[in-house]
Each structure stands twice: as structure tokens, then as C-alpha cells.
Design a protein around this ligand. Structure first.
Ligand code: CUA
Length: 329
């Protein structure tokens, strides 16, 4: 597909330093459309301000001129000019941006690698074609990618500025996005749809591997869990289910309390009298996952969605929490 606006227009905004690097196959066309719209708008803004200023000065009230000039009632030629030119300009914008949009919503040449994207409050999860899931998106340089996106709760929006790509993840349906990474490196992923408390911290990154070998090496990594068994499964679940988005493992409180050193801790609950505390044990952890509203820790809001887990999964998470609880003084 030949773009309607030449990529040559892209530097109009890119070179000016307003935009980050272009790292995907669709970025050039997006910049060209944006550059065209921006400079057309800038030109007409300047023209209108200039003409308005000239008229204000020329036709101002001054000695010997108190009556307004008689105004002409009609000029077909003028009306045609100011209808046809803007119409042509907006039709060009429409055609160019539609073409660019189709390019990201339809597969191009070559079978794309499909990545399943799951958004939830407040983290991203990427299931890669190799079968590996991760909190970051991993792709290969110059290999077409398809993202199939879903949301577990509210509307989120996957936004990669360097790729010039943004697509909503909507509960109850799948949305898609196609692109080919053209620059190796690591680029930020943001959530661009206000989705609640931790929207601004719903960050991730996309890693563009320089070649397939590098991607494969990453895919193999960590498949044989160190430390093994239940703890490793629990850690994986803790990331996969998005717990880590709100509950840090480094001791800092986020939307929810940190889980570092949590197991065995005496926790003060919302509405507790005096020094009344509850001990964090297996039953408490289980209840707090299955029915988070039941016992709220003092100072934290009732924000966590109930998370249905298999009994085995609960055991794994409890084992993981115990393993990082032991590290505290
Ligand atoms: Cu997710 Cu904003």
C-alpha cells in the first residue's frame, strides 16, 4: 500500500524534536499525517490572525470615519474558494489517516507472530507465541506482530509512543493491532485510558530483540524454575494474575499493602479498636484473595477485585508469600 502522504513529510514534526524515535513500520505514516495536519493548521492559524489584525487596524474608527463601510452582500467566487480549498484539505487528511489506520488494523505481508495481551487493573500481561508469558512484550526486529487484546475489568489502552501505536483493550471483546518493529531496543508501554487509582503507574515495556536467536534465548530463560516447586509457581501466578501491580514485593506500599514480610505479620484492620490486630496466616491470605472486602487493612481502600483461584493456586501463592515473608527482620 502506498501512503497518500509521502513519508518525506514525517520529518516536519520528527526533525523538530517534538516526537520520540520512530521504531515501527507504521510510525512514518502516522508522523506524515500528523505533520500535514499540524502545518496546515499552523498556516491557517497564522493567516487568520494576520488578516484579522490587518482588518482591525484598517477599518478602525478614526476622525472623519464614523460609519461602517457598506459590506458586499455576496461573492460566489469567494464562497467557492473558501469551501473547495478546506474541503479538499480535510478529504486529504481523511484519506491519508484512513490509509494509515488500515495499515495497523490489517495484517500486512507475511504471517504475523500473534501475542495475546491481557490488561487489568493495573498491569499488562503478554502471552507470546513461544508459550511464554511475561509482564513485558517481546518481539523480534523486522518480524510482523499481531496483538490480540482483551481486558479483564475496565477499558485500558496500550500505547507505545515510539511505535506510534495506541489501541484500547475493552472488556467483552477483542481488539487487534498489526505492526512490524523496525528498531531494536527497549521502549516504554503506557496505559492511555484512565482506568482508576493506579492508571498512571500501569507501565510496561516492549523489548525488540535484534534477531530470532535472542528472542529464543529469552523464551528459554526461567523455564526450569530455580528454587522449584510451589514457590516458583506461586511467584509466577503472583505476576500472571496481576497481583504485583498493586502489591509490591520490595516493602513499599502501593494501592495495596506490600507482601514483603507479610506472612506472620500482625495486621491492623480497618475499623479495629485500639490495639486489636489480626495475624496473617493461610486462612487470612486465602480469604483476602477470594473475598478481598472481608478484612481490609487499615489505611487501604476496598479496591481489589475478588480473584477466583484454584485451591492449588492458592497454596502456591501462600507458599510464595511465606518465602518472601521470611526475609524480614
Ligand atoms: Cu489501565 Cu489506564
Amino acid at each position: 500500500m502506498t501512503p497518500i502522504l509521502p513519508d518525506r513529510l514525517a520529518p516536519l514534526v520528527h526533525r523538530a524534536g517534538f516526537f520520540p524515535e520512530r521504531a515501527s513500520s507504521v510510525a512514518g505514516e502516522v508522523d506524515a499525517v500528523f505533520g500535514f495536519m499540524f502545518w496546515v493548521s499552523a498556516f491557517f492559524f497564522a493567516l487568520i490572525v494576520l488578516v484579522a489584525t490587518v482588518f482591525v487596524l484598517k477599518y478602525r474608527r478614526r476622525p472623519g470615519r464614523t460609519e461602517p463601510e457598506p459590506s458586499p452582500d455576496h461573492s460566489t467566487k469567494l464562497e467557492l474558494v473558501w469551501t473547495i480549498i478546506p474541503l479538499a484539505l480535510v478529504m486529504l487528511m481523511f484519506a491519508a489517516s484512513t490509509r494509515a489506520y488500515f495499515k495497523m488494523s490489517e495484517p500486512g505481508a507475511g504471517a504475523p507472530a500473534t501475542v495475546q495481551v491481557l490488561a487489568r487493573k493495573w498491569s499488562w500481561w503478554f502471552e507470546h507465541p513461544s508459550g511464554k508469558g511475561a509482564r513485558e512484550l517481546h518481539v523480534v526486529l523486522n518480524r510482523p506482530v499481531e496483538l490480540v487484546m482483551a481486558s479483564q475489568d475496565v477499558i485500558h489502552s496500550l500505547y507505545v509512543p515510539e511505535f506510534r501505536l495506541k489501541q484500547d483493550a475493552v472488556p467483552g471483546r477483542y481488539t487487534r493491532m498489526f505492526f512490524t518493529p523496525t528498531l531494536a531496543g527497549t521502549f516504554p508501554i503506557l496505559c492511555a485510558e484512565y482506568c482508576g487509582t493506579d492508571h498512571s503507574r500501569m507501565l510496561s515495556s516492549v523489548v525488540v530483540h535484534p534477531d530470532q536467536a535472542s528472542f529464543d534465548a529469552w523464551s528459554q530463560e526461567g523455564l526450569a524454575p530455580k528454587g522449584g516447586g510451589l514457590v516458583a509457581t506461586g511467584q509466577k501466578l503472583f505476576e500472571e494474575k496481576g497481583c504485583v501491580g498493586c502489591h509490591s514485593t520490595d516493602g513499599s506500599d502501593g494501592v495495596g499493602p506490600t507482601v514483603k514480610g507479610l506472612f506472620g505479620k500482625l495486621e491492623k484492620l480497618e475499623g479495629a479498636k485500639g490495639d486489636q490486630r489480626v495475624k496473617v496466616d493461610e486462612a487470612y491470605v486465602r480469604e483476602s484473595i477470594v473475598n478481598p472486602s472481608a478484612k481490609l487493612v487499615d489505611g487501604f481502600a476496598d479496591l481489589m477485585p475478588p480473584t477466583p483461584l484454584e485451591e492449588q493456586e492458592l497454596q502456591a501463592i501462600i507458599a510464595y508469600l511465606k518465602s518472601i515473608g521470611a526475609e524480614t527482620p
